[in-house]
Design a protein around this ligand. Structure first.
Ligand code: SAH
Length: 353
């Protein structure tokens, strides 16, 4: 049985065969614009509401909902129909509301410092499972009197390893929920063919690349996928993305004490960014703790110094404000309650905790 946000308009039309034609718009708008459940669509006959509720079940079953930052960060742990679990994080800022969505249950990229990578890959999410994360977060924001405007594909999984479903979801989020493509950001570890597919898609969504190292030797140890798509290929794909879309590219950099926060790392990164001029933006993330990687993040002072070093070389850099660290909702901490393997960092000089 298809879930509520998996069916497209044509499939919904089939489901509504025998009903007056205007019902299709009513139901579709109810789900995507009003973010309502069928039983809330009181303009529909009661029997139809009951049928839709039954025939179009939700895909995400809420297991845990936790808040931190005084209610400004909400983490959802959902159970899927097959028992797999994923997480979604809703973040309320004074000027905007953002949701961080998962694209896979688990992740196969195996980055040692990331809790999702530590837990391993389970499966790809469907279009509906991705869209529903956005719809339900948008509904929650609406109930708080706020409007969800930004979606970042920075939750569990590697979005460009599931590009087809991610794209399907983006089209739905843009075309039906009505968010601007400029407010949608896909973050990747650097799957070059995925970046090229995304470049060929019509909407100007933002690209963020999890860089963490600016030379292949170090990056190979932090991001195993770098061996397949080394930096030169990756940077060329980013340059081509920029040329096609004209959107600023973000480089994410989780600062790990003694590993990638040295002066030389900042200078190498600045050199890598040079070809992009002002279109490159570095997002510094002080490393968040995860169970499987006994390495610590750079101190706030070092984070600031690293930023200043980048700025001194003409590179735009901001420090990402940490959200939800206390509820394991911050970058790299999403593991959906999976047990993770405890291991020592590979080929790094990270200090044990
Ligand atoms: N797989 C995609 C999407 C996940 S985004 C990607 O890698 O881009 C999650 C972001 O958090 C990535 O930039 C990731 O590198 C970063 N991250 C992972 N573990 C982290 C940790 N322990 N502390 C801080 N950031 C981390």
């Amino acid at each position: 049985m298809s879930t509520r946000y998996d069916v497209d308009r044509e499939q919904l039309a089939e489901q509504l065969a025998g009903e007056p034609r205007y019902r299709l718009d009513q139901v579709w708008q109810g789900l995507y614009t009003q973010l309502a459940t069928p039983d809330e669509l009181t303009s529909l006959p009661k029997a139809l509401r009951a049928r839709l509720d039954e025939e179009l079940p939700l895909a995400l079953h809420q297991e845990i909902r936790r808040m931190s930052d005084g209610g400004d960060t909400v983490k959802y742990l959902w159970q899927l129909d097959d028992g797999n679990r994923i997480e979604t994080v809703l973040m309320l800022y004074p000027d905007r509301v953002t949701v961080c969505v998962s694209s896979q249950a688990g992740c196969a990229m195996d980055c040692g410092f990331c809790a999702t990578g530590q837990a391993g890959f389970k499966r790809h999410l469907t279009v509906g499972e991705i869209v529903e994360q956005v719809a339900r977060a948008a509904r929650e924001a609406k109930d708080m009197g706020r409007r969800l405007a930004n979606v970042v594909f920075m939750g569990m999984g590697e979005p460009l390893a599931n590009e087809t479903a991610v794209w399907g979801a983006i089209e739905r989020i843009h075309g039906d929920i009505g968010l601007s493509a400029r407010h949608l950001t896909v973050s990747t570890i650097g799957i070059v063919p995925g970046i090229r597919s995304l470049a060929a898609r019509p909407l100007p969504v933002n690209l963020a690349v999890s860089l963490h190292a600016a030379n292949d030797e170090l990056r190979n140890t932090l991001v195993p996928m770098n061996k397949r798509y080394p930096l030169e290929q990756l940077m060329n794909a980013c340059a081509d993305y920029l040329a096609v879309k004209g959107r600023r590219i973000s480089f994410e950099w989780a600062l790990i004490e003694g590993v990638n926060d040295r002066d030389s790392d900042a200078f190498e990164l600045a050199a890598l960014c040079k070809r992009f001029r002002l279109a490159a933006h570095v997002n510094l993330i002080p490393l968040n703790p995860t169970p499987g990687w006994p390495t610590i993040g750079s101190s706030p002072k070092r984070v600031q110094q690293f930023r200043d070093l980048l700025e001194s070389r003409g590179v735009n850099a901001t420090v990402r404000r940490n959200r939800g660290t206390d509820i394991d909702a911050a970058c790299g901490q999403l593991a959906a309650g999976q047990p993770v393997e405890i291991r020592t960092p590979r080929g790094t000089s990270g200090s044990p905790r």
